[in-house]
Ligand binder design. Sequence first.
Ligand code: ZN
Length: 115
Amino acid sequence: MANAMFVVTFLSNKFGGLRLEFNGHQYMINSRRGDRRYWKCVIPECAARLNTHHEFITKFVHHHNHEPDAVDVKVRRIMEKIKQRSKEETKPVPAIYKEERCLLRSEEFIEFIGQ
Ligand SMILES: [Zn+2]
């Protein structure tokens, strides 16, 4: 492999679409061709793009014009985990939610849940 490979995290958003997370930045799919995916930053004014082949980043295009949103990424990760756990465990969802919420006590999280 000629390119330096970075493994990325995929997250699904509340509409069932796929998001990609890398270094605290989130990307949504722009287009796809075969196993390749072309992603753009979720911030509309930002020109940053990246390309992936399977779960590996193959190319970076432009830089972000903003800081990564670490809290948002963290919240989405926890939501993913709750979803996953509710499928695998017999524990009621509110109990799982409570456990996971203890891991992230922040106003942003409470706001997010309140939506
Ligand atoms: Zn960006």
